[in-house]
Design a protein. Structure first.
Length: 440
């Protein structure tokens, strides 16, 4: 990274309280016609965000004008990804909040750590920007409710990154399911597998000079920097992450909920733990969550540290019905009768790597991005609207809450809240660093 860009990054790192920028959605809203260019800012480019920045930049009549990250190497990675994709260089910014007063900025793509997802979404909506936020929508259930409130109050398009909602063949399969291809569906089995290594025992260490750890923590109460936290391992700490259930299970549970047409489960129970290694990892590396509802059950199996396949796949969804089964989860589906004979199989030409944290398929990511951009230009509800994202995220959050309290949870069908369990409802929200509480 050259000196000019490094100085710019340092000079744009002013910390501003969440409500302190004085944003008014009407002040910054632009009327976007069907053929107008959409200008996008990207927040978080160490991993998936860099690839998605390039994908946004390649979309028709769309320009990535800002790359935002709190670490210089990640910032450079995002800028280089866009330059390689379209030979244009976006501006480098450390604190995404400093760009939200730009009237030419229409939308933000958000891929920071989980504890930032909903607070950043709310800030962007308040500033009049449309939002594409990676899953999970939120770190805790209360944040999901607030994100929906913000999107509706400021009339913003908010798309969650459950990109499978935009995949054509999978959508066709779900429609066939709804049309009765296997009769009444009474069970969905979902899973995710990987073979992750140990994260070790972290040691308190000086914050690297190229990382703004204060801004990285953002809404989360302050904790000392440790040398095994940034970049990816924060996923496995409850303080910042949400474990494998939300890191990956959100995708499969979203497909299961879509196929079954269920808003909320009636009962949720989880078993599992951190079994594979003795280290700082807090969330389960092995977990089975069961969801019960009227007439159907759902199971999610997560294995972070054992790569054995399920039904020959590293991740997936199988629906079981009175006349057979449908296996899917990717952009394809297979229908079998009760004797396990294939009666229909629809495949995709796209290759999907279910364990690739950057992108299972760039082209299929592009379809979901296109849906988001189309809704900004023409209106309408995106395929993974914020309310859809909230409900699917909530399912696996309830699984984690059940795991943490060691109890089966009973769920209110009107709003998804936990009934009659104060210990569990104490995990509905979280504590924030003073001054960083999300507000709508």
């Amino acid at each position: 990274m050259d000196k000019t860009r490094r100085d710019f990054i340092r000079n744009t790192g002013t910390l501003v309280a969440l409500g302190g920028l004085g944003f008014h959605a009407k002040s910054y809203a632009r009327i976007i016609g069907a053929n107008d260019r959409i200008n996008v800012g990207i927040m978080g480019t160490n991993g998936r965000g860099a690839g998605m920045a390039a994908n946004f930049a390649r979309q028709k009549n769309t320009e990535v004008i800002y790359i935002c990250d709190v670490e210089e190497k990640a910032l450079a990675k995002g800028i280089n990804a866009v330059k390689k994709a379209v030979d244009k260089e976006p501006k480098a910014v450390k604190d995404f909040r400093t760009i939200l007063s730009d009237k030419n900025l229409d939308a933000m793509y958000l891929a920071p750590p989980d504890h930032w997802h909903a607070p950043a979404t709310i800030i962007c909506c308040t500033a009049g920007k449309h939002v594409y936020v990676e899953k999970p929508l939120c770190h805790n259930p209360r944040e999901g409710e607030l994100a929906v409130m913000a999107a509706r109050k400021y009339k913003r398009i908010v798309q969650m990154g459950s990109q499978r909602r935009s995949w054509a063949i999978l959508t066709q399969g779900i429609q066939e399911l709804h049309n009765g291809v296997i009769g009444k569906v009474y069970m969905a089995k979902t899973w995710y597998t990987n073979n992750r290594g140990s994260i070790g025992i972290g040691k308190e260490a000086p914050v690297p000079s190229n990382l703004d750890y204060e801004l990285w923590q953002g809404p989360a109460p302050r904790k000392p920097y440790k040398d095994n936290l940034v970049h990816y391992n924060w996923h496995w700490f409850w303080h910042w992450g949400t474990g494998e259930a939300l890191n990956n299970g959100t995708h499969e549970i979203d497909v299961a909920r879509w196929g079954l047409g269920i808003d909320y489960p009636e009962k949720v129970s989880s078993v599992g733990g951190r079994y594979r290694f003795q280290d700082d990892w807090q969330t389960p590396d092995t977990q089975i969550i069961t969801f019960e509802s009227a007439g159907a059950s759902v199971i999610w199996e997560g294995r972070s540290c054992n790569g054995a396949l399920v039904e020959g796949e590293d991740r997936g969804v199988i629906f079981y019905g009175e006349n057979g089964s449908m296996a899917t989860g990717g952009n394809s589906y297979v229908v079998r009768d009760l004797k396990n004979k294939i009666v229909k199989e629809i495949k995709s030409d796209e290759k999907i790597d279910g364990r690739d944290p950057s992108s299972p398929s760039a082209n299929l990511d592009g379809v979901h991005i296109d849906n988001f951009l189309k809704c900004i230009r023409e209106g309408g509800t995106p395929n993974a609207d914020v309310e859809t994202g909230r409900k699917s995220t909530l399912w696996v959050q309830l699984g984690n809450i059940s795991q943490r309290v060691g109890q089966t949870l009973h769920i209110d069908q009107k709003n998804g809240h936990i009934v009659g369990n104060q210990q569990a409802m104490a995990l509905w929200g979280r504590q924030y660093q003073p001054g960083w509480e999300p507000k709508v």
